[in-house]
Design a protein around this ligand. Structure first.
Ligand code: FRU
Length: 366
């Protein structure tokens, strides 16, 4: 009997020893204080890449210390574009709900080198978390890696980097938006008897991933609708800027007065192209102008659809509010976020323009 008890105790001991490394690993992670995210925290977003097992920081970093005040650095690619102003104000508004959050905004003025030094300055100031919307991917890659490796959580918004050396990325799916634009263009040409369907494209800044994604997605959408890349008879870069889109589109309409569809990678460029078409004496109501952003502001895309300039645009969420919510979860609750959260987008055209305007409180809201 005694021998039997001894043997079973020995058995238990062996099992405990065998499990020990696993158990202690788990305990170490829990001691770090990190816990998994829940479905509600996604607030309508979807997960494209799941959380890293080691948490939102490199494995040898401690979890953020509890503090009375957290300083969040926000490195913005530029402040001149209305969509970026909207992102900054959504961040500021969301942070107001948390009196222990102070947000320090930096404006890189579309200059990669300036954005690198903005981040360096923020790190020198001693921020608790960095939010960044990079001007271009490659030039900002290393500084973000440095920040993250120095144990500062980093949330990247809208324009991704080359390597995922950050805590999380939040943004809408630009391939899907571009694809929606391509499908819309193909359908519009079919519905309007434009057999040749001549398309001009005004592209965003080449080193910014949304430009490539919106271009690639558009081509997929054209193919979905039975068209091809050959329908794109003009494609030029205007760096997301309305003032650069005007001469680019002027060149397009001059050499091809029969353009059916003008696809701008954002609303300001599509609006610039509209002005260029008017100046070139084109009958603008014969052309489908496509944009992306759909801001609810007086000169934003939703009003443009209601006023009949843009034929279709897409609500491109800034992720500003979500960034602050995740910042709080990471810093104060030690939640491990998904590595990539995709935000939903909406299509806005004359069929639902008023409804979207009402939903986003645009100036014409009823
Ligand atoms: C603003 C902007 C938006 C566009 C986004 C893409 O800088 O050009 O108009 O949707 O950036 O990153």
């Amino acid at each position: 009997m005694r021998k039997k008890t001894f043997l079973s105790l020995l058995g238990i001991l062996i099992i405990v020893i065998a499990l020990a490394p696993h158990v202690s690993h788990k305990t170490a992670a829990q001691d770090d204080g990190w816990k998994p995210y829940t479905e509600e925290m996604l607030a309508g977003g979807t997960v494209k890449e799941d959380a890293r097992p080691e948490g939102p920081l490199p494995a040898d970093c401690p979890a953020p210390a509890a503090k009375d005040k957290y300083v969040i650095g926000m490195s913005q690619a530029n402040k001149a574009e209305p969509w970026r102003e909207a992102m900054n104000s959504q961040i500021a508004a969301a942070a107001e709900a948390y009196p222990d959050f102070e947000v320090v905004f930096q404006d890189a003025a579309q200059d990669n080198a300036k954005q690198v030094s903005d981040v360096e300055n923020l790190l020198t100031q001693g921020i608790d978390l960095l939010i960044i919307s990079p001007n271009e991917a490659a030039p900002l890659n290393d500084i973000v890696k440095q920040a993250w490796e120095s144990c500062v959580p980093v949330i990247v918004l809208d324009r991704n980097l080359v390597d995922p050396n950050y805590s999380m990325f939040i943004g809408a799916d630009n391939v899907a938006i571009g694809r929606g634009a391509g499908q819309y263009a193909a359908q519009w040409c079919a519905d309007n008897g434009r057999e040749d369907c001549l398309i001009a494209e005004i592209r965003g800044l080449e080193g910014a991933p949304p430009a490539k994604d919106r271009g690639d997605g558009f081509r997929l959408g054209l193919a979905d609708g039975g068209l091809s890349e050959d329908n794109i008879i003009f494609s030029q870069n205007a760096d997301w800027l309305r003032e650069r889109a005007v001469p680019a589109a002027a060149a397009a309409f001059q050499s091809n007065p029969d353009i059916d569809v003008l696809y701008g990678h954002n609303d300001p460029m599509a609006e610039g192209a509209y002005i260029a078409a008017q100046d070139a004496g084109i009958e603008v109501s014969d052309v489908l102008f496509i944009g992306i952003d759909a801001l609810p502001t007086p000169d934003g895309g939703i009003m443009s659809v209601l006023e009949g300039r843009l034929g279709v645009t897409f609500v491109y969420p800034t992720g500003g509010k979500q960034a602050i919510e995740w910042a709080r979860l990471i810093l104060e609750e030690h939640v491990v976020p998904p590595r990539w959260v995709v935000l939903p987008f909406d299509t806005v055209d004359p069929s639902n323009g008023q409804e979207v305007c009402n939903a986003f409180a645009c100036p014409n809201a009823q």
